[in-house]
Design a protein. Structure first.
Length: 33
């Protein structure tokens, strides 16, 4: 795997983690309400 594709893969994984964190926070907030 080339370095460029590895960087793209890492940025995609980071975006997915951020998205999952936001979704879980929203779900947790609605659960508390």
């Amino acid at each position: 795997m080339s370095i460029l594709s590895y960087e793209i893969y890492r940025s995609q994984v980071r975006k997915l983690q951020i998205l999952r964190t936001c979704v879980s926070k929203v779900f947790y907030a609605q659960y508390l309400l």
